[in-house]
Design a binder for this molecule. Structure first.
Ligand code: ZN
Length: 411
């Protein structure tokens, strides 16, 4: 075998197990694997989980905060502020910034990233081309899916529809969208129709920013979900943010959640950015801005969460650590029972795998891809609470990162 991990505490199983890895796959899990491997790792009772998946990250914008801070903290404050930076984007500059975040993500155990890149008449196709190059360059260590994202709208940015089609021709993996950003409901519907038309033409999934606002009358999610259902694309469509769902009255929200469940639309919340961007026009009490995560999860909707931003006009913080974002999410949506804590961990892993379309190959089981992380703790609660070192990160059966945090305490 290539690697044997000894005495692993596999998330979801009782007891300690050895994990045998060969040719990038998990080929054996048992209490004691006989013989030896090229590389032996002693997990010594530590937690082993599948490696993490970040399904929502804007890699073209990372580390632009100092070039274009947000004057008022709102979503549109950030969008407008970035125009000056986008105009000057170069492929090399984007690649340099994106690589820094990918390296951090790897250190923290993330081996799969879905990235939204702006496709509009300001930056053109430069971000997309940069991320398609990055995807190739990092393919042995990180799986990257590139979403063509019309950040400036489609109808309110004439010319961007043509760029969206070109983006798919160049090799984008997913069709993005932002219907609520159009000026009228008619345009919102046309926006949704266009992205579905593109997705159907190229046979690609859809992953759109939907109703990222506190406005209770922002209701593009209904048309978006119904379209998913009627076009037979259930399971292949994802709605991000969906903040307005928290602003609807409870009766209307219940109806929308039912529709999302029936249409099998995935939901991605972005807790760190949403709590900072939303609620800016509120006085007190201020809304948290996140969608109804707990209610969606309880209704059986597939929910995951993303980092969204690292040091850009939307969010000056962020470090691409799934466990830190998991902790933030758990606080913000009050997920504190043992069952809820497990659910948060599922959102960083298995639920995201469904969105990524890799659920059949994902998990710590025989026959699955050897994409694993050994965390310096023995339980999920402490993994989220303390965000301990990811001692070993394994991708396709290769060790791609190792960390150890040490302290000296003088008592
Ligand atoms: Zn986003």
């Amino acid at each position: 075998m290539d690697i044997i991990i000894r005495k692993a505490r596999i998330w979801g199983r009782d007891g300690l197990f050895d994990i045998g890895i060969e040719h990038g796959k998990i080929i054996e899990i048992s209490e004691k694997i006989a013989g030896s491997a090229d590389k032996e790792i002693n997990a010594d009772g530590r937690l082993v989980t599948p490696s993490f998946i970040d399904p929502h990250l804007h890699l073209d914008k990372v580390y632009t905060y100092h070039m274009a801070p947000n004057p008022d903290g709102t979503l549109y404050g950030a969008i407008y502020s970035l125009w000056q930076v986008k105009k000057k984007y170069t492929i090399e500059d984007i690649k340099k910034r994106a690589s820094r975040v990918i390296r951090s993500a790897l250190v923290y155990g993330t081996t799969h990233i879905r990235t939204h890149v702006d496709v509009d008449t300001i930056g053109g196709l430069t971000p997309l081309k940069a991320l398609l190059e990055i995807k190739k360059e990092f393919k042995d260590v990180v799986d990257i899916q590139v979403v063509a994202f019309p950040q400036e709208g489609i109808l309110r940015d004439p010319g961007s529809e043509e760029l969206m089609w070109k983006a798919m021709e160049l090799g984008a993996d997913v069709v993005g969208g932002m219907p609520h950003s159009e000026w009228t409901d008619d345009d919102m519907k046309r926006h949704v129709d266009i992205i579905f038309e593109i997705a159907k033409e190229y046979g690609k999934p859809i992953d759109a920013h939907v109703d990222e606002t506190d406005d209770p009358y922002s209701r593009s999610i209904e048309y978006f979900a119904l379209k998913t259902f009627r076009e037979g694309l259930s399971g292949k469509v994802t709605a991000d943010h969906v903040c307005a769902l928290s602003a609807y009255n409870d009766y209307h929200a219940a109806k929308v959640i039912d529709l999302l469940k029936q249409a099998n639309v995935n939901i991605i919340t972005n807790p760190e950015t949403n709590i900072v961007i939303e609620g800016r026009l509120d006085t007190y009490p201020k809304r948290r801005g996140l969608t109804r995560v707990k209610e969606l999860w309880k209704a059986g909707v597939n929910v995951s969460f993303g980092q969204d931003c690292v040091q850009d006009a939307f969010y000056p913080y962020g470090k691409a650590d799934r466990l830190l974002t998991a902790w933030a999410l758990a606080l913000m949506v009050q997920m504190t029972t043992p069952e809820e804590i497990e659910a948060v961990m599922n959102m960083a892993t298995y639920n995201a795998a469904k969105i990524f379309g890799i659920e059949n190959n994902y998990g710590v089981d025989v026959g699955k891809n050897a994409d694993l992380v050994i965390i310096d703790t023995d339980n999920v609660l402490d993994a989220i609470r303390l965000q301990p070192a990811r001692l070993w990160v394994i991708r396709n059966g290769d060790i791609v990162a190792q960390s150890k945090y040490t302290h000296d305490l003088y008592l």
